[in-house]
Design a protein around this ligand. Structure first.
Ligand code: HEC
Ligand code: HEC
Length: 447
């Protein structure tokens, strides 16, 4: 314990020495500073980079004793679930309304699942919330569109096209009712799952200490926590593009219900509204369809996923890229480090300094990224800062895209859509000399 405390103190000293959170925006004057000190990007959860299979890897050298659930969780995550009654009772209950039949169809081991396909069709990697700027969902279809059905009619499909500003516009194609007037399609791209167990273990206080709701320091950045009340308990949202889910357990149960039509003790109902009869017409796979044991197993699997190590070819340029990232204001939201809290269940993941490049807070990203769908307490233009670690690994993979609706095909393009609180950082980025832009992008591709 003492040793741990001693190490942490050293780390804090080292990190404060880096001053990567410097928001003074001193213009590139410090680019020639001495080398920065870096810890492994995910502490004990850092894994050797495996180009064939970068994501969905267990933490290396994991002692799975006492964590036997995790391997089963992996099976449940990659399994094809089927409609009830199925030949494998553990894996039945899919649908009747669903999007696809496996978690791993959307969360790939390589890159991001396809989204804006060239033929105007939408790939499985993009799903749609249904809502309006006041937080109402569609009275018939509910809060999320299910584009497939195990039997009977799905709710419909979505087609897309770019408007004159290269912003994707989505249209519901259905044989059933049109969307209720004023209800919009809110696209959500499936993220790659990296270090989410670590993010689950960051304390609420660590996140809250980064809030600046009223922008008291006048830097134009006003991150705020997304609070939810779940069964009477106030919980801090941290997962998803709008921080809609407070824990991995809630996130998984939400995915099971809304993406796969699977009920759990957390969400005991199918994704049907009272006006939809299809869910009552079809047999179900038990009440609930996914046991608490299965949910816990998936949770263990997700918690123990590793983060690929950094891929740095030139340390000096990497350091310069990191400084540019801080100097132009990216790190005001994409904050380099967080620290995990103590965890009795996962001691290996306790008290780790990690580099996800997020504050897990909501920010207003401006008009261009407004989709006219309010979710929970998050306004249509508010988004949770997404973690940036491992992002470079997906840029070259065919079909992978960036931002909540997949409109950007490269990291650079994703940056240039930033507005609202991030407009200054975006303008600073655009104003960078080409050689510095290159260093920044190369840094982003290596973290
Ligand atoms: C149809 C595609 C799809 C399927 C199937 C799916 N997900 Fe997801 N997943 C998403 C999308 C989209 C998001 C972002 C959701 C949001 O923004 O609210 C997400 C978010 C997540 C996150 C949070 C990631 C983060 O960085 O915040 C986790 C964890 C997750 N899913 C786990 C699962 C599990 C476990 C399953 C299977 C039970 C599953 N997902 C099935 C599309 C999918
Ligand atoms: C005000 C907070 C804020 C600032 C400043 C900011 N970002 Fe972001 N960034 C976000 C949010 C929020 C999103 C998600 C927006 C969306 O998808 O609609 C995002 C998305 C991204 C993405 C795409 C992530 C993905 O998973 O697809 C990249 C890359 C990125 N930012 C890089 C940068 C860089 C580089 C800078 C500095 C030039 C920067 N950001 C400045 C908040 C910020």
């Amino acid at each position: 314990m003492l040793k741990q405390y001693y190490l942490i103190s050293i780390l804090i000293i080292l990190l404060s020495g880096c001053n990567l959170n410097d928001s003074s925006h001193a213009k590139n004057s410090d680019i020639t500073k001495e080398p920065l000190t870096w810890l492994p990007n995910a502490g004990n959860a850092t894994a050797e980079f495996n180009p064939d299979f970068p994501f969905l890897q267990f933490i290396p050298d994991l002692d799975l004793t006492g964590l036997t659930n995790a391997s089963q969780g992996r099976e449940l995550f990659i399994a094809e679930w089927t409609a009830a009654p199925g030949t494998r009772p553990l894996l039945d209950g899919l649908g009747p309304l669903t999007i696809t039949s496996a978690c791993s169809d959307c969360h790939l081991a390589v890159g991001r699942a396809t989204s804006l396909n060239a033929n105007g069709e939408v790939g499985v990697g993009l799903l749609f919330r249904l809502g309006n700027p006041f937080g109402h969902s569609d009275p018939f279809y509910g809060g999320q569109l299910q584009t497939a059905a195990t039997s009977g009619n799905s709710e419909g499909q979505v087609s897309w096209a770019f408007d004159e500003n290269d912003k994707p516009i989505f249209t519901l194609v259905t044989h059933q009712l049109a969307l209720t007037e004023g209800i919009n399609l809110g696209p959500r791209l499936s993220p790659q799952l990296v270090g989410i167990g670590l993010l689950d273990l960051v304390s609420d206080n660590d996140i809250l200490s980064r809030e600046d709701v009223q922008d008291l320091n006048s830097d134009g950045i006003s991150g705020r926590a997304h609070w939810h009340t779940i069964n009477g308990e106030k919980m801090l949202g941290r997962f998803g593009w709008k921080a809609m889910q407070p824990t991995l357990r809630h996130q998984s149960a939400g995915a099971m219900q809304q993406d796969m039509g699977l009920t759990t003790s957390l969400n005991p109902t199918e994704p049907c509204t009272e006006l939809q009869t299809i869910c009552n017409d079809q047999p179900n796979g038990g009440s609930p369809e996914v046991s608490d044991n299965s949910l816990a197993a998936i949770n263990d699997f997700l918690t123990l996923l590793a983060v690929p190590e950094r891929r740095i070819s030139n340390q000096d340029e990497f350091d310069q890229g990191a400084r540019i990232f801080a100097n132009i204001g990216c790190s005001d939201c994409h904050q380099p480090t967080l620290t995990t809290a103590n965890s009795d269940k996962y001691p290996l993941l306790s008290n780790q300094v990690i580099y996800p490049y997020t504050d897990l807070l909501l920010h207003d990203l401006g008009h261009d990224l407004n989709d006219n769908v309010k979710e929970g307490d998050a306004q249509p233009s508010e988004w949770r800062t997404p973690p940036l670690w491992s992002l470079g690994l997906i840029e070259k993979i065919k079909g992978s895209r960036f931002l909540h609706d997949g409109r950007a095909t490269t990291i650079e393009e994703a940056i240039t859509w930033h507005g609202g609180e991030a407009l200054t950082a975006n303008n600073n980025f655009k104003a960078l000399p080409a050689v510095e832009k290159k260093k920044l992008l190369s840094f982003l591709r290596s973290i």
